[in-house]
Design a binder for this molecule. Structure first.
Ligand code: SF4
Length: 425
């Protein structure tokens, strides 16, 4: 990754140049530490921080404009190949205004008020995960740093954001792919975003970035850590990583996630070194050949696994559990239409989460299909608003009584719907 050089090129003719020169100077000892091949993540953070003479910044490999164009074409090809492997037939969102984010909303959690932003960028390079149509909200072609920065300006000019800027405790940043993949999400824009957060959100305690694990580099963690230290309040970094399914075979051979446990565990070690935190996205019942009971068991095993990692490394982990919906343009939609797949029931999501009682991880239940489900293919059904409210209350409080009461009420009314199991955590 040649962060320094790309930033320098991108800065020409922008109004924000002064701000970035400042950020570059503040961060320059960091970006080249891994250019020094001997320095790997075995060194601890303070050793790494002190090991980079400023002069190394001058040794930056040049990239021609043709290289840049070819690189953009190569990324586009990767996206199309991934889309084909995942057997998806959606179109990309080329008509979207590149100066505005795709979506943003507010959430409540134990950590306080959250702003969730989905920026419009080039689609996820992996693109092949079964049943995922998040890339369809994105561009097939490259979205440059200027457009991304304009989206950030747009976010911080909205009255609803400015009105709540003092109460916002957490910002989750997504591009429906990997914010730390510099090929699809500009590093310049990422630094600009951190500067904006430091300027506008004085009480921010967590910045959460969604990314695939393989895009996480030490130099990025280090410069992000330094930039965040400059805000008014201490802000920590959380990485949101899609794990989706605990079962290895289903995760990689059926769902095509391409995530090995050793890659994930390396990431946990890295984050522990910085005392950063991790959000792991799981999906309940993400593939066709999984019964409701198997889906619950898979989440129980995920909870146990993450809990062991917390105890081993002292890292803070939140399991974010998304019930699966039949997403438009995917094979899950086709199976749903043929009656071969049904999304999980919210009561089963509660049964999964209840296993977290007494463990050292927190759990957040994703209760929105973000408008990406096909007709009738959501896990949300009319008449279940009360149930959703109780699950939202669980998100805010982590009070497991709410879940056990819900399940007890349901069992009293209908009897247990999962054979041989009372799922009392
Ligand atoms: S789940 Fe994530 S990594 Fe997989 S295709 Fe969707 S956006 Fe890309």
């Amino acid at each position: 990754m040649r962060v320094g050089f790309r930033i320098h090129r991108e800065l020409k003719s922008t109004q924000q140049e002064g701000l970035f020169v400042f950020l570059l100077v503040a961060m320059q000892p960091v970006r080249h530490k891994l250019a020094n091949a001997g320095v790997k993540h075995r060194a601890n953070r303070s050793q790494r921080r002190n090991s980079f003479p400023l002069v190394r910044l001058l040794k930056i490999e040049e990239t021609s404009m043709e290289d840049v164009v070819q690189n953009h074409q190569r990324i586009e090809k990767q996206i199309l190949i991934g889309t084909e492997i995942g057997r998806k037939n959606y179109r990309f969102n080329e008509g979207h205004d590149p100066n505005r984010p795709v979506q943003m909303w507010f959430q409540e959690s134990l950590e306080g008020k959250i702003l969730f932003i989905v920026f419009y960028s080039q689609a996820c390079r992996w693109s092949r995960c079964l049943g995922c149509n998040l890339p369809s909200k994105m561009s097939k072609t490259h979205v440059n740093f200027k457009a991304l920065m304009a989206q950030m300006d747009d976010v911080f000019s909205r009255p609803e954001v400015l009105e709540q800027r003092h109460v916002l405790k957490k910002v989750i940043v997504s591009n429906n792919g990997s914010v730390l993949d510099e090929a699809t999400f500009s590093s310049t824009a990422l630094m600009y975003l951190i500067a904006k957060l430091n300027l506008h959100l004085p009480n921010l305690s967590v910045l959460s970035l969604e990314t695939r694990a393989e895009y996480v580099d030490f130099e990025e963690l280090e410069f992000i850590a330094r930039a965040m230290e400059e805000g008014d309040t201490p802000t920590t970094l959380e990485l949101g990583v899609g794990f989706e399914v605990f079962d290895d075979r289903i995760r990689n051979e059926v769902f095509f996630k391409g995530l090995e446990l050793k890659t994930f565990e390396k990431l946990v070690e890295m984050l522990a070194d910085y005392k950063f935190q991790l959000k792991c996205y799981f999906m309940q019942k993400p593939v066709m050949d999984m019964s409701d009971a198997e889906a619950i068991l898979d989440i129980h095993r995920a909870i146990d696994y993450l809990n062991d990692l917390v105890r081993q490394h002292g890292v803070k982990i939140n399991l974010h559990l998304n019930p699966t919906y039949a997403a438009v343009g995917t094979i899950l939609e086709q199976s749903f239409r043929k009656g071969e797949y049904s999304p999980p029931r919210l009561m089963d999501v509660a049964r999964s989460a209840l296993h977290g009682r007494g463990k050292d991880i927190t759990i957040f239940l994703g209760l929105s299909d973000e408008g990406l489900a096909c007709e009738g293919g959501s896990f949300l059904h009319p008449g279940e608003e009360g149930l959703v409210e109780k699950l939202e209350a669980f998100n805010r409080t982590q009070d497991y009584h709410l879940l056990s009461e819900l399940l007890a009420e349901r069992e009293n009314r209908h009897g247990s719907t999962v054979p041989g199991s009372r799922f009392n955590g």
